[in-house]
Ligand binder design. Structure first.
Ligand SMILES: Nc1nc2c(ncn2[C@@H]2O[C@H](COP(=O)(O)OP(=O)(O)OP(=O)(O)O)[C@@H](O)[C@H]2O)c(=O)[nH]1
Ligand SMILES: [Mg+2]
Ligand SMILES: [Zn+2]
Length: 301
């Protein structure tokens, strides 16, 4: 299932993706309350010819190999599935306009690790600001990354194609960071609307309003999502959150059993003090603690 709009689901038939044929379907009653999201593999009955004006019915959703979820906020355990069956999470961050928000990056990284998606950091607008600070902060994590700018160099586009080839990738990020711009560069005929970023607020209007999967010319899928201002992690346990900070794992190992990492006996401060170079680890520890506190409703990011 590649898109949904007011109860109408766009589906692409397996094996016929290249032909570009799409089938419009609705939910069958037997699905009950089960959600159908972009990326889901579904079974259709009825008129699946894809002819104009025909409507098939979705009768079954296959077990999902992965689920990207978010909650409304960190204290809300009710989660919403955004995309199913993705393999890679493209965390799109503009280097300026809007400015990078490392704590949002950290949230996406937690979500990626939790969902079993390979994270890929896509740093856009390098024509406006240098990627050095962000790269210094995330290089210790070993997260793969790509820096792009305007004009988009052919070499960067080739590298992006290679990173996405044959896989299902979902792009997430704040509004205006350039997700749809990347999609259009990869798939010129996609014609995804691209927004303007207000010079006053530095905030894009939400240009893309729904999640859409598009087939890549070389195989694989790219999923464009609307900009997210926040990304709640209330559905992820504190342990899982901590595990998503592998760069701090050695310090965590020195903590007392059951350490919440929020109290004075936490060993992380001393460990970071000893191992930090240039403040990157201190920023990550700060980010981790904000996340943990926010989950307890004690603080906000
Ligand atoms: N200078 C510069 N501008 C860029 C670059 N990439 C995208 N833009 C501009 O940034 C603005 C927002 O781009 P979009 O692709 O619409 O951003 P988006 O992430 O899809 O935004 P939403 O759909 O609202 O979530 C547009 O005006 C783009 O032309 C870049 O590398 N450099
Ligand atoms: Mg967009
Ligand atoms: Zn601790």
């Amino acid at each position: 299932m590649s898109a949904v709009d007011r109860g109408r689901y766009t589906c692409v038939v397996q094996g016929r993706e290249a032909a570009g044929q799409e089938i419009t379907a609705m939910r069958a009653r037997e699905l009950g309350r089960k959600s159908v999201v972009v990326g889901d593999m579904v079974s259709l009955v009825g008129d699946a010819s894809g002819d104009q004006g025909t409507l098939a019915r979705i009768v079954r959703v296959a077990p999902r190999r992965s689920v990207l979820r978010r909650s409304a906020d960190d204290t809300d355990p009710v989660e919403r599935v955004i995309v199913a069956n993705a393999e890679q999470l493209g965390i799109v961050t503009a280097l300026a306009d809007p400015p990078p928000r490392p704590r949002l990056i950290d949230r996406f990284l937690v979500a990626a690790y939790d969902a079993g998606l390979a994270p890929l950091l896509l740093l856009t607008k390098a024509d406006l600001a240098s990627p050095d600070d962000i790269l210094a902060a995330y290089n210790p994590l070993g997260v793969r990354y790509l820096v792009t700018g305007r004009p988009l160099a052919e070499a960067s586009l080739d590298e992006l194609r290679a990173l996405l080839a044959g896989r299902i990738s979902v792009l997430v990020g704040h509004s205006g960071v350039g997700k749809s711009t990347l999609v259009n560069a990869l798939i010129p005929e996609a014609g995804r609307a691209v927004g303007t970023v207000s010079a006053v607020t530095g905030r894009g209007r939400h240009t893309s309003s729904s999640v859409v999967a598009l087939r890549l010319p070389g195989g694989g899928w790219i999923i464009d999502t609307p900009g997210l201002r926040s990304f709640g992690l209330g559905h992820i346990s504190a342990d899982r959150v901590v595990q998503a900070f592998p760069d701090l794992a050695e310090g965590v190992a020195a903590c007392p059993p059951g350490c919440t990492h929020l109290e004075a006996d936490c060993a992380l401060d001393a460990w970071v003090g000893e191992h930090d170079q240039g403040g990157a680890l201190a920023a990550r520890l700060d980010s981790l603690r904000r996340l943990l506190r926010s989950r307890e409703g004690r603080d906000d990011t």
